[in-house]
Design a protein around this ligand. Structure first.
Ligand code: ZN
Length: 252
């Protein structure tokens, strides 16, 4: 919601002047809908990914499209969007190409930083982007039943959950959540100050945490591990830099 815009203001009927500018804006948006602008696809002349388009893409091609989307984001060249056309085009069915496992951090919204459309990806967000049985169940739905092809585990710099795990923070259910990150703290080889005040250490732990989560997905979900061995899906990792907007996709 816009700052300073009360609910009352929003519910007021549009004045004739406002109505005219709204109609003009709608016409401009409708014109953009014919431009074939597309997020993940970049090859599609549609407002939502179709089954045929998704099924044609290989896991590597999907990763490549996400890399291109992030490049558009951090260079300020996002695709023009008609969000309402995307909503309407995807309302009756969805054919997402990937599932992202990302942190809840408000500054790391995957769809925005990868310049994606409504319907392009499933997105699971949890503090510290760790896996658990509920997330694995969602992944097994997304890949075995819904046909997605890439799992991207994405951590980010200056992550509060990682700092909390390093500091042994304790608070209600959060204590248990942070316990899932602690193996990454112990497994990070780092010479220097191993505290939450040292951002270089925090980011090294976040990276290790992504690697550990990727391995845990393979270990805890034989369904997904088998699909990866068959080449049907790919489990990939990445780190998002809050400062630069760049997503560093891990090699391999
Ligand atoms: Zn975080």
């Amino acid at each position: 919601m816009r700052a300073g815009c009360s609910e009352q203001e929003i519910s007021q009927p549009l004045s004739p002047l406002h109505r005219r500018s709204f109609l003009k804006a709608s016409a401009a948006m409708a014109a953009m809908a014919f431009s074939g602008a597309g997020g993940l696809s970049g090859i599609a002349h549609a407002d939502a990914l179709t089954k045929a388009q998704r099924d044609k893409l290989s896991p590597d091609e999907i990763l490549e499209l996400m890399k291109k989307g992030n490049k558009r984001f951090y260079s300020g060249k996002q695709e023009p969007r008609n969000i309402l056309a995307q909503q309407r085009a995807s309302a009756k069915s969805q054919y997402p190409a990937a599932m992202l496992l990302t942190c809840i951090d408000s500054r790391a919204p995957a769809e925005t930083i990868l310049d994606l459309r409504i319907g392009d990806i499933f997105n699971s967000r949890v503090a510290g982007n760790v896996e658990n049985p509920d997330i694995l169940g969602s992944m097994e739905f997304a890949f075995k039943l819904a046909g997605a092809k890439v799992i991207l585990v994405m951590g980010h710099t200056a992550c509060g959950a990682i700092k909390g795990a390093i500091d042994n923070a304790e608070l209600g259910n959060l204590t248990g959540s942070l316990a899932k990150i602690k193996p990454a703290v112990a497994a990070t080889s780092y010479t220097g100050e191993r505290t939450s005040k040292n951002y270089s250490f925090v980011d090294a732990v976040a990276r290790k945490n992504v690697e550990i989560t990727m391995a845990a997905i393979r270990k805890d979900s034989p369904v997904l591990a088998a699909m990866e061995s068959d080449g049907a899906i790919k489990i990939a990792g990445a780190m998002y830099d809050l400062g630069t907007g760049v997503v560093d996709f891990f090699a391999g």
